[in-house]
Design a protein around this ligand. Structure first.
Ligand code: SF4
Ligand code: SF4
Length: 182
């Protein structure tokens, strides 16, 4: 990265006014966290790091045929490991679960059911990550502490719930932001 040249003594005063903003701009750019970039500008590694591991998107969702409204349930996808809150076969998730959606910048902007806390949604909406995101806090534990993780809140796997019983598992919390998470 280029460094802003220092002013020579005879030009120092005029340059101070002009150069200080440039110095500030260069430093600000150097310190800008990657999650304040556009989704399209993230590297594959940064893209993966952006996921907070909450598991909310891996809950089964129901769409009201009449209104189009999406309802979260506390039933998890067949591949979801409720202990680790991770996909049990992330590399082959698309082959194993046909309706598992691979997020892309376009998908993030068009999907209406991403939780309001989802980091991809926040970045797409040009908002900052919350204090509890591991990239901000430095620890994955804060996702649970803030009440964002689905850990301990998954009632069943979709393997164990007959389709007609899904409405009994509708819950509001995956679509909400707890007070302590704000
Ligand atoms: S809701 Fe978003 S941040 Fe949370 S696990 Fe899913 S993709 Fe990751
Ligand atoms: S296949 Fe894996 S990533 Fe996809 S919804 Fe299921 S648990 Fe989540």
């Amino acid at each position: 990265m280029a460094r802003t040249p220092r002013a020579t003594p005879d030009t120092r005063l005029p340059h101070v006014a002009q150069d200080l903003p440039q110095v500030a701009k260069v430093e600000a750019e150097a310190e800008t966290p990657f999650w304040r970039k556009k989704l399209e500008d993230l590297t594959p590694s940064q893209w993966e790091q952006l996921c907070d591991g909450c598991g909310r998107c891996c809950l089964v969702k129901l769409e009201d045929e009449d209104t189009g409204k999406i309802h979260f349930t506390n039933v998890a996808c067949t591949l979801f490991d409720a202990t680790t809150c991770q996909c049990a076969n992330y590399a082959q998730r698309s082959e194993k679960v046909s309706d598992c959606v691979t997020l892309t910048p376009e998908a993030v902007r068009s999907i209406k059911w991403l939780p309001p806390t989802c980091a991809y949604r926040l970045v797409a909406e040009e908002r900052d990550l919350y204090w509890w995101h591991p990239l901000v806090s430095g620890s994955p534990d804060t996702v649970r502490a803030a009440g964002i993780s689905v850990h301990g809140r998954v009632a069943a796997s979709e393997d164990d719930v007959p389709f007609e019983q899904y409405p009994e598992f509708i819950v509001p919390w995956p679509g909400r932001i707890p007070k302590r998470a704000r």
